[in-house]
Design a protein around this ligand. Structure first.
Ligand SMILES: Cc1cc2nc3c(=O)[nH]c(=O)nc-3n(C[C@H](O)[C@H](O)[C@H](O)COP(=O)(O)O)c2cc1C
Length: 268
């Protein structure tokens, strides 16, 4: 314990005026009325439990309190830690007939049956206006080979400019909705608007997938091969990700639970 306290006192940047719950053992308090930050207390607790502090030296957690940060700063943190995010390439058509295309990384599967995907519009953008007015959109997969094009369609063009034309992307007619697909994307999910949901400064858009197409080049039977799809992902700041190594691991059913977790180990 002495060692632990010495360590903490030799790291002044770990100290702050954070108040500390009353149940901290006296021996863990620092001299001269100084108190540890909650993260440092965690470090000390762990060190105490394992009987060695050296291996835990790096376990210092910085605090991010959304109540004390601007919405912008907290957004920067969230988008850097909720990663990697798939990038939906959303095509929509305005009432005036302009085909719009924009990347949306706030994107996921929202329902299995009926099949519904969800994208989020941060603020009100042309995509959202078109989808609300026309009730239809297409989510195209963003392949790594089209990184520059995907990024370019995130430019804030006015509504009368089609990103297809500005970026030089070819359209392909959709089967059941009006907005076109991106011809060079290997996957298109044609969607009818299920509903929108205002949430904070955003609008969640739920689209029922009424038709899907996948290029046969990327299929193995009916299964799209992830290495051939080569999807882009969005990370923090202006970072993009491409596919890393792929591991296959089946979920363990409770009837197969090994008793004591730890094995069998996978081959490296
Ligand atoms: C990789 C990437 C992901 C993005 N994700 C979103 C998103 O999830 N929601 C959003 O509203 N804007 C997102 N944007 C910004 C929009 O694409 C951008 O504001 C675009 O100009 C909107 O186009 P629109 O006005 O034609 O709809 C993203 C941009 C990039 C480059």
């Amino acid at each position: 314990m002495k060692l632990i306290l010495q360590t903490a006192t030799t790291l002044p940047h770990l100290l702050s005026s954070h108040s500390e719950p009353a149940n901290i053992p006296y021996a863990w308090r620092l001299p001269a009325g100084r108190r540890c930050r909650p993260d440092v207390r965690h470090f000390m607790t762990t060190a105490h439990a394992t009987g060695g502090w050296r291996e835990h030296e790096a376990m210092v957690r910085k605090q991010f309190d959304p109540a004390k940060l601007s919405a912008r700063d907290f957004y920067q943190l969230l988008t850097a830690v909720v990663v990697p995010r798939p990038v939906a390439w959303v095509s929509s058509t305005s009432v005036e007939g302009v085909d719009n295309l924009a990347p949306h990384s706030f994107y996921t599967v929202a329902s299995v049956n009926p099949p519904i995907v969800q994208v989020t519009s941060v603020g009100e953008k042309d995509s959202l206006r078109n989808i609300e007015a026309q009730g239809e959109f297409v989510v195209n997969l963003t392949p790594a080979s089209l990184l520059d094009e995907v990024n370019a369609t995130g430019t804030d063009f006015p509504p009368n400019i089609s990103e297809f034309d500005a970026v030089g992307l070819l359209r392909e007619p959709s089967a059941v909705v009006r907005p076109p697909r991106v011809k060079d994307s290997p996957v298109a999910l044609e969607c009818r608007l299920h509903r929108t949901l205002p949430l904070g400064d955003c609008t969640l858009v739920f689209g029922e997938v009424v038709y899907a197409v996948v290029t046969t080049d990327v299929l193995e039977g009916d299964h799209p091969r992830i290495d051939l799809l080569a999807p882009l992902s969005r990370l923090g700041r202006s970072e993009w990700g491409t596919l890393g190594s792929i591991t296959e691991l089946r979920r363990i059913r409770v009837k197969d639970w090994p008793g004591q977790f730890g094995g069998p180990r996978r081959e490296e």
